[in-house]
Ligand binder design. Structure first.
Ligand code: UD1
Length: 429
């Protein structure tokens, strides 16, 4: 199994191109199931989760072809992919595939809307707490689907098609919003999604669906209105930049010190993380190329943070922010409100000398003068990158094992960091 070795202490200097967002690419790829024409997606990141979803979609009959590189293209640039679901050959998404990535469950929306039936295994994914699918099921039922759960599969039927309705989620869910949004595009009549997730990835999906002929208003706000249409067409759409990747490299720069431009990053999608990083002592400015992050000389202030649905502080940056706070001047508190089991990085950070105590959903971090390199183990996607961030600033050598978690969500991580002067290498085998 591959590992990553880091010799800490080098500041980061340079430019990091920000990839297309994993969390936008996945639902956009799934949207290809809604039409028999070709959906072309640009800026698709090369990630293990993306490859896995290609396999899952292929099982339903989606043909995928990758367009070649273009002259002058940065070697870290994302790929352009044509997806065509001319015929859906199988409406079943088996356990072997769905259990490896939670987002693959979302195929239930388009399959049901287009084919009137879907049989999708209950999901797996990151081990970050029980992640139920009740909002999906209640939402699809509200659109007229009959649903049974048998032997670990959700079996959904709507032989005469879905019917628009009001779908009010108990709390915002990114996946349930994507799924009901996609399903509603082909339903008869109007659907109103209330308490919808407001993440930029929802608005990105809605933009693509609109280009495919869907009629959607309010995506990116908590109320989305969809007027169903009989069919959708092909379209061309570029995946938006990854705000979590950008936030991660910004936190890495704040931690290691230096001066880095995050090329193509959108500051508008990182308002709350930027506020907190500024309070911690990073200097952040918006340039015409993206976001510039600097921290030269002075120490890191201890700052409290609480995760919340967008536009709040993202749970997907919680572990990385905690890594930064391990070196803060004083005590900080980080509260996780989205997932109940998302502190698995705590004991690994402790191996690097961090002082963190947990009380329910709140972590209390006492900053230490310096972390010391050690062997550590990645436990989930975002937790694993927090160990990399900590290793960049720790004295001596840190080796992160089980990095297949990292490969699920960070494209060219070592290349991007080593281009900026980090001493980071991948050890194969
Ligand atoms: C998505 C993101 C993930 C991010 C999370 C929260 C993708 C591929 N993944 O995950 O990176 O950490 O949003 O921003 O985009 N819930 C229920 N019942 C449901 C559905 C959700 O109780 O039917 C709960 C979850 O357990 C959780 C909360 O709602 O506590 C939010 O989860 P949700 O937004 O659905 O997360 P994902 O879409 O799985």
């Amino acid at each position: 199994m591959d590992r990553i070795k880091i010799i800490g202490g080098a500041p980061l200097e340079g430019t990091i191109p920000i990839s297309g967002a994993k969390n936008a690419a996945l639902p956009l790829m799934i949207a290809s199931l809604l039409t028999d024409e070709t959906l072309t997606l640009q800026n698709v990141p090369r990630l293990a989760d993306v490859s896995l979803l290609f396999d899952i979609l292929a099982n339903h009959g989606v043909d995928t072809s990758f367009q070649g590189k273009r002259t002058g293209q940065d070697k870290l640039a994302g790929q352009t992919v044509d997806l065509c679901a001319r015929a859906i050959v199988d409406t079943r998404a088996p356990y072997e595939l769905v259990s490896r990535m939670r987002a693959s469950f979302w195929v239930i929306g388009p399959l049901l809307a287009r084919m009137g039936e879907a049989e999708v295994s209950l999901p797996g994914g990151c081990a970050i707490g029980t992640r139920p699918v009740d909002f999906f099921i209640d939402g699809l039922k509200a659109l007229g689907a009959e649903i049974e759960i048998e032997r670990g599969y959700v079996i959904a039927r709507a032989k005469k098609g879905l019917i628009g309705n009001r779908v009010a989620f108990p709390r915002p869910s990114v996946g349930a919003t994507h799924t009901i949004l996609m399903a509603a595009t082909l339903a008869h009549g109007e659907t109103v999604i209330e308490n919808a997730a407001c993440e930029p990835e929802i608005a990105d999906l809605a933009d693509c669906l609109t280009a495919m002929g869907a009629r959607i208003e309010g995506a990116g706000t908590s109320t989305i209105v969809v007027e169903g249409v009989p069919r959708l067409t092909g379209a061309r759409h570029a995946v938006l930049p990854d705000r979590i990747e950008a936030g991660t490299f910004a936190l890495a720069t704040a931690m290691a010190g230096g001066d880095v431009t995050l090329e193509g990053a959108s500051a508008a999608h990182l308002t709350r993380p930027i506020e907190l990083m500024e309070q911690a002592g990073a200097e952040i400015s918006v340039t015409n190329r993206g976001i510039r992050v600097r921290r030269n000389g002075h120490g890191i202030e201890a700052v409290d943070a609480e995760t919340a649905p967008y536009p709040g502080f993202p749970t997907d940056l919680q572990a990385q922010f905690m890594a930064l706070m391990t070196s803060g001047k004083g005590t900080s508190h980080i509260t996780e409100t989205i997932f109940e089991n998302r502190f698995m990085h705590v004991q690994e950070l402790a191996r690097l000398g961090a002082k963190i105590s947990l009380n329910g959903q709140m972590a209390t971090i006492e900053g230490v003068r310096s972390l010391k390199g050690a062997p550590v183990m990645a436990t989930d996607l975002r937790a694993s990158v927090s160990l990399v961030i900590a290793g960049l600033a720790a004295e001596g050598e840190t080796e992160v094992s089980r990095i297949y978690h990292l490969d699920r969500g960070f494209e060219h991580l070592e290349q991007k960091l080593s281009r900026c002067g980090a001493q980071i290498t991948r050890i194969s085998g």
